[in-house]
Design a protein around this ligand. Structure first.
Ligand code: CO
Length: 299
């Protein structure tokens, strides 16, 4: 069990960031026909560098999710899968497997290449969660693939005197270090629960790109309301010292931020590299069976 810290929050930030754009996302399907909402789409990859994609799935209709994501490859980035409800079984080409449920997180570094499947292990009930893609710097795109399953009970968390409860999946928030840290992009990934009238703030460097996705209720940020199922993209005002949110009626949201890589992004489906030639190489390596994942390390 993780010790839950209770922080006494000082006053709000001096210059909290403003919301620059509100995004609805696009209903789509992926894998073998899983219905989902793609909130961070390819046209936002440059704006939200180093993040490449955010998929949200939430359905209690089994035909929307049962088929899952059968064997498929990845190369050149990391995936973070956060399962709020439901059970998701993953298996990879090196014979590793794991089960995500009830708030568990899987953080996978695809690196030079993995082939894996992600299949629901339930025939009814609610399936809800997020998959976020985080880019790797060019120097680490071909790193050894590895992954970590992080049980919900091991995700660091804290609550505040302003009625916020926060899970720190990645990064550092109000002095609480998350389950995952990355030097190059310093990703921050928080799940924030606000009770009625709750308020929350955290410091984020102005140069880091940041967004929030509200999945219950609605939040207020600098006079703007962000409703349920909407993403708000924060501006990068050079004077801003962080992010401040409030929720009159209570809310739940994920907050994601990171330092941009500023490198070229070339994506072809599940391969994200810097140059087109590297994409051709990825396709060739996959076709010729060089994505064996034999070195895949479970850490
Ligand atoms: Co996958």
């Amino acid at each position: 069990m993780v010790l839950q810290k209770v922080l006494k929050m000082n006053s709000a930030l001096n210059h909290p960031r403003r919301i620059e754009q509100i995004v609805k996302g696009i209903a789509t399907s992926d894998g073998a026909g899983v219905k989902l909402t793609r909130v961070l789409t390819q046209d936002l990859q440059r704006r939200l560098d180093p993040f490449l994609m955010l998929d949200v799935f939430r359905s209690d209709e089994p035909t929307d999710y049962l088929a899952g994501f059968p064997d498929h490859p990845h190369r050149g980035f990391e995936t973070a899968t956060y399962m709020l409800s439901g059970r998701l079984r993953h298996r990879d080409s090196a014979g590793h497997e794991g089960l995500l449920e009830g708030g568990d997180v899987q953080w996978m570094t695809a690196g030079s290449g993995v082939i894996h499947s992600e299949i629901p292990e339930q025939e009814n009930g609610l399936m809800e969660g997020f998959q976020l893609w985080l880019n790797l710097p060019s120097s680490r795109k071909m790193t050894i693939p590895r992954y970590r399953d992080i049980p919900n009970s091991e995700i660091p968390r804290y609550s505040t005197s302003q009625h916020a409860t926060v899970l720190v999946i990645a990064g550092d928030s109000n002095g609480v270090k998350g389950a995952i840290t990355r030097e190059e992009t310093e990703p921050l990934y928080l799940d924030i629960q606000l009770a009625k009238g709750g308020e929350f703030s955290t410091r984020v460097p102005p140069g880091h790109n940041a967004f929030i996705y509200v999945y219950r209720g609605s939040v207020e940020i600098g006079g703007k309301t962000i409703d349920e199922k909407r993403m708000g993209i924060f501006g990068n005002d050079a004077h801003a010292d962080g992010i401040s949110i409030g929720a009159e009626g209570g809310a739940r949201a994920i907050l994601v931020a990171g330092r941009p890589l500023g490198e070229p992004i070339v994506q072809h489906g599940p391969f994200v590299m810097n140059r087109q030639e590297e994409i051709y190489q990825a396709i060739l390596d996959f076709r010729e069976g060089r994505f064996a994942g034999a070195e895949l390390a479970a850490i």
